[in-house]
Structure formats: C-alpha cells, structure tokens
Design a protein. Structure first.
Length: 452
C-alpha cells in the first residue's frame, strides 16, 4: 500500500513479546494481567480477538511491547479466519519473544502440538505459559506442557493474577530495552478513529500506517478491541486508535460487542484528537449524532472525516455537502471537515496534518491580559439577562489548563449566567483566541460572598 507514512515500532524500536495459542486458553486475560489494565476484551466465546492488540510497558527505564493475537485455528463465524491468521503471522514475524499459552485444565490438544511445530520452524525464542494453574490438581497439565519441547513452562493463573507479576519481571529481564526517554512522549498525538459500523475506520487506519495493520472486511463488527497503532508522518509521531463500530444500544447483541463499544467510547476520552468518520454514501443518522454528542461532552478536538468520497463525489457537491453537515450536526459547528477516500489515498495526508494542527491549537496557553480583554468585549457586547433584578457580573478570568483549553471565569453568582450566554461566550473565545477549531471549556466560579 503506497503511503507517505511509515509503520514504526514504539519509541526506540523496542522488543516485542507476542502472545499466541489456540482459542480460549486465556491469551487476552494474560495480556491484560501483564499490562495491568483491561485493554483486550475477555470473553468465554472463542474468537473474540481478531486484530493485533498491543500495549507498551515502561518499567524501571526499560521497555517492551506486548502483543495479543487471535486464537490460532479458530473457525470464525464471520469467515475471517484467513484475515485473523494473517494478523498472527505478521505478529510472529515481528516477535523478539513468543509466549505460547496452553490450558492446564484441559491439557494439551493436537492443535497445541501443531502450533508448537509451527513455532519451532519460526526460529524465535519461545516461552511456554501454562495458564489456569490454580491448585495442585492443575499441576499434571503444567507438567504435560513440558513435553512440547520449549523448556519448563511458566505456571500462572492469568484470571487470578497468580504468577503474572513474576512473568512480567522475567520478560523485562530477558528482553527489556533501556529507554533514555519515556515510552509515550507528550508530542505523540493520539487519534481516536470513531464512527458507526462500516464507516471505513480500519481502511483509514491501514492507509495512515501504510500496512494492513487491522482487518478490513465488509462484515459488520469486525473490529472489537480498541487497537493502538503507532506510526510516524513528516517527523511527527501518532497513535491511531482503531475502534469498534458504534451502534444503538438496543441493537447490541452480546457482551463482546458491548465491551467493544465501551472501549470505543473510552478511546474518545483518552484521545488528543478524534476523527469522526461519516459514510458519504449514507445520510447522517441518529447514531452519528450520538457519537458527535459524546465527542462534544468529552471536549476532544475533532475532525469530521467524510469517507468513501470517491463513491459520492460524482453526484455530490462539496460545498453543498458541508452545508448539509453543518445543518444536521450544529454541535460541531467549530470542527473542520475533510472529504477523503482511503482506498484512493485522497486527502488522507491533509486530514492527518489537520489533526496535528488541532492538537497544537489545544496546547496553546493565552496570556491573562489577552483573555480578559476578550472577556470584557464579550460582556459589553451582550450581557446576561437580569433575574429578578439581579445581573451577572464578571470580575476576571484565568486559563487553568490546556488540552483542552480550560478557562475559569470569576463572577458574582454563577447561576446568573444562563446557558445561552455561556454558549455565546464560548463562541467569542473561539473566534478571538487561537481556538477557532477546537472546544473550549469554560467554568464559572463565585468570587467571595454572593452579591445581589
């Protein structure tokens, strides 16, 4: 896939630990235990993990990347077995160390032995992890794992977090790399790629990264985990967070889909910039507006990315389409719009550059003097409505944070400033300060005793 972006490992080219095994041996549970948070979806249903899910660990100035993979040999109900196998093969090619997970409670299976044979041909260091060792009755299964031929297995219970801390320490001892700088520096821009089902999120991520990093399929719900993909472009570092397609709650069919959508909403909250994908071949619907509302609520800068423009441009005028979007999504009136085709690589670089600009805007801190001059002009232009003879008075304001820019306005009584006036003030701040395309948070705080 041609692209100006280059796929790259996290900072420093750190070593990768890849977790593999047959379905339902506890790979995702082990992954979450090692990274210390629920990143991958855990579910008893086989075949939940499809893409490569990764997380960078930084401990005692040493670093490594842990990668979870789909179950080897799973027959996928959505006919995605080949795509999942391709993701596993790519992960193994990149691996510096492989964790081969087996289930001590069920014992070794023929599929386990087939996987072992495949790993021997790979020529990578392999550690066998005997999972679900929760008592003496599980020891025979752990002992049997020794017969695979990769040495004495590491005994853990990922679910109960037994032995996982020791395993993590051993991984750092074996392949952890010294890091002179934190693994995720502040100049890394985290991009949450969000939108409804089949809006083209995974296709866009692969175009941004320059490789088939996540599975692309016409099957709805292919992406389940929120997949973090580091890459660089024009000297800047990014992390693209591919997320599950969001749908209305009443149409969510199972726990896997529920957790996938929860991670999508969490991705918005932890992102520096959101890319809200809208399908040019479909009308903006209720779910699109709900996602937009979640982005507004999270105060995350956002680019409205209209995908599949190659399919619509023959019968859609760009200016007319922008007018249409502004009418159906008034809450994102400040957000820039791009029209892209990930398949044809149209406007993808421009969208990425725009996202970087929004990130930089959100990091600007204005002087107190400039802020208060804008505030006085806004108050003189339009005062809040009197309430039973009382009127809101503004004393001064101060910027207390960036990303997003957060302004505290000190007033006589906050409840004298109605919502419409607060929205007016936000618009004036966006117009007159370098925040024209990003959200600004404004809090009203009482100074001293209330005045009537």
């Amino acid at each position: 896939m041609a692209s100006s972006q280059q796929p790259l490992p996290p900072v420093g080219g750190i070593p990768r630990v890849v977790i593999v095994g047959r379905p339902n041996v506890g790979k995702s549970t082990l992954f979450n235990a090692l990274v210390g948070r629920r990143v991958a979806i855990e579910d008893p249903m086989a075949g939940v993990t499809r893409d490569r899910v990764s997380f960078v660990l930084d401990e005692d100035n040493r670093s490594l990347e842990i990668i979870d993979t789909g179950g080897i040999g799973h027959v996928d109900d959505d006919q995605l077995r080949q795509e999942v196998d391709d993701q596993i093969a790519t992960a193994l090619d990149l691996a510096d160390l492989v964790l081969f997970v087996v289930d001590c409670k069920t014992g070794l299976t023929e599929l386990d032995r087939e996987i072992a044979s495949r790993l021997r041909k790979l020529g990578r260091p392999v550690m066998v992890v005997a999972n679900k060792v929760e008592g003496g009755g599980d020891e025979p299964g752990a002992a049997e794992a020794f017969t695979i031929g990769f040495g004495d297995p590491v005994r853990v219970s990922a679910k109960e977090r037994i032995g996982t801390g020791d395993l993590r320490d051993e991984l750092f001892e074996r392949i952890g790399t010294d890091a002179d700088a934190p693994m995720m520096p502040s100049d890394v821009v985290k991009l949450a790629i969000v939108g409804r089902m089949n809006a083209g999120k995974s296709t866009l991520v692969n175009r941004l990264v320059g490789e088939e990093r996540v599975i692309v399929s016409a099957v709805e719900g292919t992406t389940r985990d929120a997949v973090d993909v580091p890459f660089s472009s024009r000297g800047r570092r990014f992390i693209a967070i591919d997320t599950a397609g969001i749908r209305r709650r009443k149409t969510i069919s199972d726990s896997v889909e529920f957790y996938g959508q929860s991670r999508a909403m969490r991705a918005i909250r932890r992102a520096d910039v959101a890319l809200l994908l809208l399908d040019a071949t479909r009308e903006v619907g209720r779910i699109d507006r709900e996602i937009a509302g979640s982005i507004v609520e999270s105060a995350v800068p956002v680019v409205i990315v209209v995908t599949k423009w190659d399919l619509a441009r023959g019968h859609a005028d760009a200016d007319a389409y922008e007018t249409y979007l502004r009418g159906v999504m008034p809450g994102l009136a400040f957000a820039p719009i791009t029209l892209v085709s990930a398949l044809e690589d149209v406007n993808v670089d421009a969208t990425l550059a725009l996202a970087a600009e929004l990130h930089d805007q959100a990091g600007v801190r204005v002087s107190t003097g400039e802020l208060n001059r804008v505030l006085r002009r806004a108050y003189q232009t339009r005062k809040p409505r009197p309430d039973r003879g009382r009127i809101g008075k503004i004393y001064y304001a101060s910027q207390v944070a960036t990303n997003p820019p957060t302004i505290v306005v000190f007033v006589n009584q906050p409840d004298l400033f109605e919502d419409s006036w607060r929205r007016f003030l936000v618009r004036r701040l966006q117009e007159e300060l370098p925040y024209g395309e990003i959200p600004v948070l404004v809090r009203f705080q009482q100074r001293g005793p209330a005045r009537t």
